[in-house]
Design a protein around this ligand. Structure first.
Ligand code: CTP
Ligand code: MG
Length: 233
């Protein structure tokens, strides 16, 4: 089985509010996108990497990934992303060679994801699950807010979903084709890929996620990530 990873890095990071795109922000001496790519490749289960990048920053991303000295045996391709994460993933899928049969889709913003978690996702796909998501338990009490106040939701069956998510390539291609009309508008587009497969009625399997695979979204998340890489050094 040939495994490709689509690493989504084409967002601007508006909630982070940095002048650079989020994936180009430095995290203790390496950019977010380079740390994410290294984590994927350190799993040893990824054969090629496609990175979605913002059109206006292609040169900076190419320079960062070259300077990041990734695995020499793993080809890296840059693709200009789209108006939503969903559109960016679709653009990445269009770049994949015909012999790829397993696809991981991973947020660059989850740049501290443990390599063992990447391997877990691929192992589950290899075991026959055509769509796989890593999940973690939710720790806050959750409520549904309505016109008459709030209703506490039973959280025992709820999970937060992370990336990388792993797929049979044919299924993921089909799921993106079926949802293509939603991709151009960030408000309608899907925020992950398993939900597009689930919308086709496909079962989605779960594996254990990891706290370190949190997504850098806000300035506080970046501060946490900087503390974690310092502790690791
Ligand atoms: N992403 C992408 N293409 C887009 C939007 C997002 O490739 N059009 C990527 C981001 O670069 C990120 C991942 O999808 O690695 C998850 O998205 P998110 O955390 O929302 O990042 P941004 O969209 O960059 O941030 P924001 O929503 O705050 O602007
Ligand atoms: Mg976004």
């Amino acid at each position: 089985m040939r495994v490709a990873a689509v690493l989504t890095a084409a967002g601007s990071g508006s909630r982070l509010g940095h002048e650079l795109p989020k994936a180009l922000v430095d995290l203790g001496g390496a950019t977010v996108v380079v740390r994410a790519a290294r984590g994927l490749l350190a799993s040893g289960v990824v054969d090629l990497l496609v990175v979605t990048v913002p059109a206006e920053h292609q040169g900076a991303f190419a320079a960062a990934l070259t300077a990041g000295e990734l695995e020499p045996d793993v080809p890296v391709t840059l693709v200009v992303g789209g108006a939503s994460r969903q559109a960016s993933v679709a653009a990445g899928l269009r770049e994949l060679p015909a012999d790829v049969d397993v696809v991981l889709v991973h947020d660059a913003a989850r740049c501290l994801t443990p390599p063992a978690m990447v391997a877990r996702v691929v192992a589950a796909v290899r075991a026959g699950h055509r769509a796989v998501v890593p999940t973690v338990a939710v720790t806050d009490t959750l409520v549904e807010v309505g016109p008459d106040g709030v209703r506490t939701v039973d959280r025992t069956t709820l999970r937060a979903v992370q990336t990388p998510q792993g797929f049979d390539r044919a299924l993921l291609d089909r799921a993106h084709r079926a949802a293509a009309d939603r991709a151009h508008d960030e408000r309608q587009a899907a925020t992950d890929d398993a939900s597009l497969c689930a919308a086709l009625g496909e079962p989605v399997a779960t594996v254990d996620g990891a706290d370190e695979a949190f997504k850098i979204t806000t300035a506080r998340d970046l501060a946490v990530a900087r503390t974690l890489v310092k502790e690791d050094a």
